[in-house]
Design a protein around this ligand. Structure first.
Ligand code: DSN
Length: 400
């Protein structure tokens, strides 16, 4: 009898093809990346690092991990790369474990302003429970005010500052972040999970000159497997010669056990793919598509935050974000509800939706397709029959 689980996997893959995927942190990995994930590498334990494993039988695994590291270092321009973090949250936790003592001050963008849980979100997270959290906000227009951030940092003197976001539609000024961190001797960690594909694609400023440490997931705009890396920059090593060792020790044995070598191999494939001219074209198109979609929504009267990158946040009415996201889902358009800058609704009932273009750009969509998506979104919000739109979407997506 066929395993129900295999049927469910097929059903989910079909869903992904038949709906417009606009969650900015999602994408479609290549067949080679998928093959690596589903390969025999999943069968092997490899605690430790290349050349220093706790189990035998790791000669090939060492080559695989070394190849991924070499490709990633070249692509990102970092001095040292740890490719073992299981995902973004473990990567950020490892950096904190490596460089902070309990109750040290950690500074990050507020979650409701487009930050991330692991950047010091108070009380309920590892980073907010074990460290003293200092959070900065965006202005009503959705942008970070770097002068305000500088004043906050000088007043509170955090030991670590996170420059990284999950729903920030503007360019991050890593140079300015670097100057602010240096003014108080803080560690600057650039979490580029959302924008890594744009950074290596050459359409967003790189943090490599300005941050000490760079963390990132690999499954978002980079289009790789679920996983993450931690990079140490030249500036990081100048601040602490032992930095690379401290990071490695925090990942293993500090926080994790056996690395997922299937994901590490897939990451190496994604790094090679991201080094190609085709990937640069994709990165350029992601931005063009985001602009075209944002403009269409603005023309239709929506207040749109952004965009200078791959995403935008759209005000859909006080506390209406979840309902709009549900209505769009019924029309085969997938977005997520999101707080808007200076949200006045309850965080559980946010007033916005977050929309991103990486996944549909990977499927080959261009600006004119984004205009169509924008029009479809507006039709649904304005009360068009959802089933009719759902059928139209399903048919249309057969072209991509
Ligand atoms: N869950 C990710 C996102 O959607 O942005 C952040 O970790």
């Amino acid at each position: 009898m066929k395993d129900k689980m295999l049927e469910l996997i097929k059903a989910e893959e079909k869903r992904q093809k038949e709906q417009i995927q606009l969650i900015p942190s999602e994408n479609f990995a290549s067949e080679d990346v998928m093959a690596a994930i589903g390969s025999g590498l999943t069968n092997k334990y490899a605690e430790g690092y290349p050349g220093r494993r706790y189990y035998q039988g790791n000669a090939i695994i060492d080559e695989i991990e070394n190849l991924t590291i070499a490709r990633g270092k070249e692509l990102l321009g970092v001095e040292h790369l740890n490719v073992q973090p299981y995902s973004g949250s473990p990567a950020n936790s490892a950096v904190q474990m490596a460089l902070l003592e309990r109750d040290d001050k950690i500074c990050g963008l507020k979650l409701s302003a487009g930050g991330h849980l692991t950047h010091g979100h108070p009380k309920i997270t590892f980073s907010g429970k074990f460290f003293e959290s200092i959070q900065y906000d965006v202005e009503p227009d959705g942008r970070i005010d770097y002068d305000k951030l500088e004043n906050l940092v000088k007043e509170t003197k955090p030991k670590m500052i996170f420059a990284g976001t999950t729903a920030y539609p503007y360019v991050l000024d890593f140079k300015r972040f670097g100057e602010i961190a240096d003014s108080v001797g803080a560690w600057l960690v650039a979490d580029i999970s959302h924008i890594v594909g744009l950074v290596v694609g050459g359409v967003h400023m790189s943090p490599v000159e300005y941050a000490h440490v760079i963390t990132s997931t690999t499954h978002k705009s980079l289009r790789g497997p679920r996983g993450a890396f931690i990079g140490v920059t030249k500036k990081g090593l100048e601040k602490d010669l032992e930095l690379a060792k401290k990071i490695d020790k925090a990942v293993f044995p500090g926080l994790q056990g056996g690395p997922h070598e299937n994901a590490i191999a897939a990451m190496g494939i994604a790094f090679a793919e991201a080094s190609t001219p085709e990937f640069k074209e994709y990165a350029v198109q992601v931005l063009k598509n985001a602009k075209a979609l944002a403009e269409t929504l603005k023309k239709n009267g929506f207040r749109v935050f952004g965009t200078e990158n791959h995403l935008m946040v759209v005000d859909v009415g006080r506390e209406m974000g979840k309902q709009v996201a549900l209505d769009l889902e019924a029309a085969n358009i997938i977005v997520n509800a999101n707080t808007i800058p200076h949200e006045e609704g309850s965080p559980l009932r946010p007033s916005g939706i977050r929309i991103g273009t990486p996944a549909m750009t990977t499927r080959g969509m261009k600006e004119e397709d984004m205009v169509k998506i924008g029009e479809l979104i507006c039709q649904v919000i304005k009360g068009e029959n959802k089933e009719k739109v759902a059928n139209e979407v399903k048919e249309w997506l057969k072209n991509f």
